[in-house]
Design a protein around this ligand. Structure first.
Ligand SMILES: Nc1ncnc2c1ncn2[C@@H]1O[C@H](COP(=O)(O)OP(=O)(O)OP(=O)(O)O)[C@@H](O)[C@H]1O
Ligand SMILES: [Mg+2]
Length: 259
């Protein structure tokens, strides 16, 4: 059995002439909170897309819970327990908060059309499980009061929270968050950091967080990798990477490291 819940070896991605990711490695122990940072265009989202199966690598291998998932489809990877959020929200604006959560569970829903006809009791059981999980998650995220509210009526900060809440409906073991605090004010980001700590404990998650907001990611992650032009230029504790001259140089002029 693999020592790491997720292991990425020698991952490359070329888009035509552009090498977006080169020789990327990740050894993620179960229960870790890992940060992935780097200036705009460094390749962070591309790495999430590769690991979650949205795009295929040019070269390299990805192992999840000891299985080689490199050629798996996104839905297969999600069903195994690896889920990611997207940098741009993918909620259904004209559905209620609760419906958005329930739709998020469909990857695990076993009842197809035929089994629906043949076995209504199991459908009801499944619906019950999904409703209970949605309720549980609404409570953790303090979204119960908004249960029947249309998603589009939620303030932006709550929509970002709902997007993370929804990702938990598939019962992931590993969760990738792509800029979860984007567009939030400092207070919303601080509250979100608290929610992230809470869900990590409660749902025994292993987390990988991409962020530009340094206090957020440095306050949560034990280990941080820094990418620049698709390559890892540093990795270590938040303190180590913050003081690494290569990192300071890569971020020069962006203002992101000043916090
Ligand atoms: N589908 C694609 N086709 C062509 N080029 C792409 C594609 N996806 C990403 N790229 C390029 O790959 C590079 C890495 O992009 P990526 O989105 O991974 O960066 P990022 O680190 O997530 O940046 P940001 O912080 O701005 O979100 C960029 O130069 C981008 O333009
Ligand atoms: Mg990105």
């Amino acid at each position: 059995m693999d020592d790491f819940i997720l292991r990425v070896e020698g991952l490359w991605k070329n888009f035509g002439g552009l090498t977006a990711v080169s020789d990327y490695h990740l050894h993620l122990p179960q229960g870790a909170t890992f940060g992935l940072i780097g200036p705009n265009g460094a390749g962070k989202t591309t790495i999430f897309n590769l690991i979650s199966g949205v795009i295929k690598p040019t070269k390299g291998k990805i192992f999840f819970k000891g299985r080689n998932i490199t050629s798996f489809r996104p839905d297969q990877i999600a069903a195994l327990g690896l889920t990611r959020t997207f940098q741009n929200l993918r909620l259904f604006p004209s559905l209620s908060v609760e419906m958005n959560l329930k739709i998020g569970a469909h990857v695990h829903a076993k009842c197809g059309f035929v089994s629906t006809l043949l076995s209504l009791p199991s459908l009801f059981r499944e619906e019950k499980v999904i409703t209970e999980r949605a309720q549980n998650i609404l409570e953790v995220f303090e979204l119960e009061d908004y249960r029947n509210e249309l998603c589009s009526n939620l303030p932006y900060g709550l929509q970002r929270k709902l997007d993370i809440a929804r990702s938990l409906m598939t019962e992931p073991e590993v969760l990738f968050l792509d800029e979860p605090s984007a567009g939030m004010n400092d207070q919303e980001a601080e509250e979100l950091a608290q929610v992230v700590r809470e869900i990590k404990e409660r749902f025994r998650l292993t987390l990988v967080i991409v962020e530009h907001r340094m206090p957020f990611v440095m306050g949560l992650a034990e280990v941080i990798q820094v990418l620049d032009y698709g390559s890892i230029i540093a990795s270590g504790s938040p303190e180590e990477v913050r003081n690494n001259p290569k990192v300071v140089e890569a971020y020069l002029g962006t203002g992101d490291l000043i916090a």
